[in-house]
Design a protein around this ligand. Structure first.
Ligand SMILES: O=c1[nH]cnc2c1ncn2[C@@H]1O[C@H](CO)[C@@H](O)[C@H]1O
Length: 273
């Protein structure tokens, strides 16, 4: 597939073990071109999310992909953030103490980068949002034309007709910045939400892990190293022998929408059925 035909993707991410999986899937999907990563708090604080994004690109030998650092606070400037280090480890990547990355984030903020790319390629850029929606909401606030210029926003978030994973109502990414979620879901852009009603059906089992461990691929070996803590969390929190593939599922919805079926949401956005 020629470069021009490949769907342009920006991943807004809070790496995060399942974020690492999604980023590796994206970098290895010939259907898409990853034109940048933007970072956000969620699984870790934003500073660490940026460090991990740069580190993951170095592991994948793709330091050519720019990283733009996102917001350190919620859209309402809230600083009391819910950080899911109990799911991903205090370093966000399974407590592996990886060395600091060599590269640096670009000077632009995540919101500015999102606006710039949407303006440069109107209707052609898909944002895959894997954390709280602060950066996307800031892009909408700073450029009212952003919803028209962005091709699609694929959101890993929400719990449609099922309980949340933070409390009976809320899923972690929406809970992380509900005001930002409100701005994004009602902005009029083409929005596709992949909720935990779907991602809880997409499980990497212990047997799948064994298969992955047998692969000689460098990225498979890397993922096996960081996945231990994610498996332990799922065993304790959900009593399952496997892990939920939240972020990779959302990424795949962007790469190949025909893998899933959709239903219409209240403000015209779609979510996976
Ligand atoms: O308490 C939690 N339970 C489950 N997943 C969580 C929790 N906190 C954060 N995540 C993270 O949020 C996304 C899905 O909601 C996933 O990226 C998951 O790793």
């Amino acid at each position: 597939m020629g470069k021009a035909e490949r769907k342009k993707i920006i991943i807004d991410t809070d790496p995060g073990i399942d974020d690492a999986m999604a980023i590796f899937v994206a970098l290895n999907s010939p259907e898409i071109e990853v034109i940048g990563l933007t970072t956000i708090y969620g699984n870790v604080y934003t500073t660490l999310a940026t460090r991990n994004a740069l580190h993951l690109l170095e592991v994948a030998e793709r330091s050519d992909v720019p990283v733009a650092e996102g917001s350190h606070v919620t859209i309402m400037k809230g600083t009391k953030l819910r950080i899911a280090d109990f799911v991903h480890g205090s370093d966000g990547l399974g407590n592996q103490n990886f060395p600091p990355p060599k590269g640096k984030a670009i000077d632009e903020s995540a919101a500015t980068f999102l606006i710039e790319k949407a303006s440069q390629f109107p209707g052609e850029v898909t944002v895959v949002a894997l954390g709280p929606l602060t950066n996307i909401a800031l892009a909408i606030e700073n450029d009212p034309e952003f919803p028209k210029k962005i091709g699609q926003i694929v959101i890993l978030g929400g719990a449609f007709c099922v309980n949340g994973n933070v409390n009976p109502a809320a899923e972690a990414n929406i809970f992380g910045d509900p005001d930002a979620a409100d701005i994004v879901f009602t902005c009029g852009a083409d929005i596709l939400a992949v909720g935990i009603n779907v991602t809880h059906q997409v499980v990497l089992t212990d047997a799948d892990y064994e298969k992955l461990a047998q692969s000689e691929s460098k990225l498979a070996q890397y993922l096996c190293k960081i996945l231990g803590i994610y498996f332990s969390y799922h065993r304790e929190a959900y009593a399952i022998k496997g892990v939920y593939l939240h972020d990779p599922t959302a990424l795949l919805a962007a790469v190949n929408p025909s893998l899933l079926t959709y239903t219409e949401g209240w403000f015209g956005f779609k979510h996976v059925a």
